[in-house]
Design a protein around this ligand. Structure first.
Ligand code: PLP
Length: 432
């Protein structure tokens, strides 16, 4: 684009990172189904390995189809570079392993996807990385949990089931005082929130959800905001500031300087992805690019349909409580309005007055909504956490996460709103 103005999201998702294939003119991004890439000559090969030139070496570490997806997502989020990975779980793990080693710790919000909770409370713990969980209702809880070995803060923008929007700016500002980056899982809020604009340093996605949009592919992504001064805190961020024995002694903040402020993401790619191998596939990157093209249109419909569902549930005789950011009051509403722009997302929770048994009956009566452990599909989805995702937890633990026996989570899709409401209405009637 010739003017200085940045293109809008609707344009970015169609154009960023690809203007016709240089070899064929192909307008659609080609699927580069290859493992490896012919080096021009030995000098070219050694430049690529030395990182003095960026280019393709091997598809475990990079691929041209994936590169367009990464660039497009980075442009959409206002970041400087992306890294596509095999799953959201891999992206979360890498986001922290990139800055925290055994003996270090991370401070995380308690309001997390269950898979993230398991990763933090068990697998990262087994690797010697302690995750300290704090209640985000008071941002100062993050400051209180910091010590000399705290390497990162972690949170979700729009965490379910509570759907309390995270205080991004408040916590990012605390972190920046100490050289601690805030890593935000923005899976549930693409386009309606850009965490980097509010001070986050890194954005993480499960692209499995809205980015793909069609429930076909598992994927994850990290985006480097390029807005965090890693070099200013050498003690706090040792792995980006001291020689890395896993890459012939490279000091990432130094080595990557000629390529831009992308030390964090290059390190993740050239060490973690190289060694642990959680690579995505060219085919999945292609499918995510297809999904991304319609994301702005889909989010408009997700937002509008979910708002209509929340209105319908709110005040319904069989519904004890509706959980939706647009219906919240006080500080929770203030945060929702401060950080979400253009809608409150597709997620709507509600508590059935009839409790656990009513939850089961409601789910079993659904005819249109799918009963699945997923969100962000073009189709509307429902789940009863007490008998599925949260069934391993005690009632007290369930309550702490915001799940009551009659709680149902909906991810509202793109069907006609009349059909969605008709199905909810008949299932509510059946719930008794
Ligand atoms: N983060 C959030 C908010 C999620 O909802 C999920 C999956 O449900 C993940 C991360 C993990 O992503 P994936 O299933 O792609 O590994």
């Amino acid at each position: 684009m010739s003017s200085n103005r940045s293109p809008r999201p609707e344009t970015i998702v169609l154009h960023a990172g690809h203007r016709g294939d240089p070899n064929t003119g192909s307008v659609a991004v080609p699927i580069h189904q290859t493992t490896s890439y012919q080096f021009r000559d030995t000098e070219h090969a050694s430049n690529l390995f030395a990182l003095s030139e960026l280019g393709n070496i091997y598809t475990r570490i990079m691929n041209p189809t994936q590169a367009v997806f990464e660039d497009r997502m980075a442009a959409l989020e206002g970041g400087v570079a992306g890294l596509a990975l095999a799953s959201g779980q891999a992206a979360t793990a890498f986001s922290l392993q990139n800055v925290a080693h055994a003996g270090d710790n991370v401070v995380s919000s308690t309001d997390l996807y269950g898979g993230t909770w398991n990763l933090f409370a068990n697998t990262l713990k087994d690797q010697g990385i302690e995750v300290r969980f704090v209640d985000p209702a008071d941002p100062e809880n993050f400051r209180r949990a910091i010590d000399d070995r705290t390497r990162a803060f972690y949170a979700e923008t729009l965490p379910n089931p509570k759907l309390h929007v995270f205080p991004i700016r408040e916590v990012a500002d605390i972190g920046r005082e100490y050289g601690i980056p805030l890593i935000m899982d923005n899976t549930a809020a693409p386009l309606i929130c850009r965490p980097l604009d509010h001070g986050a340093a890194v954005v993480m996605y499960s692209t499995t959800k809205y980015i793909g949009g069609h429930g076909t592919s598992i994927g994850g992504l990290l985006i480097d905001g390029g807005n965090f001064d890693w070099e200013a805190f050498p003690e706090r961020q040792p792995y980006l500031n001291r020689p890395d024995p896993s890459y012939h002694g490279a000091v990432w903040t130094e080595a990557v300087k000629p390529l831009g402020p992308i030390a964090y993401i290059i390190k993740a790619r050239t060490t973690l992805l190289r060694d642990l191998g959680a690579a995505t596939t060219p085919m999945n990157a292609f499918l995510f690019l297809q999904g991304l093209e319609t994301l702005p249109l889909r989010m408009e419909r997700h937002n509008a349909n979910a708002a209509a569902v929340a209105d319908f549930l709110n005040g319904h005789a069989r519904v004890a409580k509706t959980i939706y950011p647009g219906l919240m009051v006080g500080e929770e509403r203030r945060r929702a309005d401060a950080y979400l722009d253009g809608g409150y997302g597709a997620l709507v929770g509600f508590e059935l007055a009839g409790g656990r048994e009513a939850g089961r009956k409601f789910i079993d009566a659904l005819e249109l909504l799918f009963h699945v452990a997923n969100i962000g599909d073009a189709r509307s989805l429902a789940i009863h956490p007490a008998t599925t995702t949260h069934s391993q937890l005690s009632q007290e633990e369930q309550a702490a996460t915001g799940v009551t026996p009659g709680y149902v989570r909906l991810s509202i899709g793109l069907e006609h709103i009349d059909d969605i409401l008709a199905d909810l209405d008949q299932a509510l009637a059946a719930a008794g």
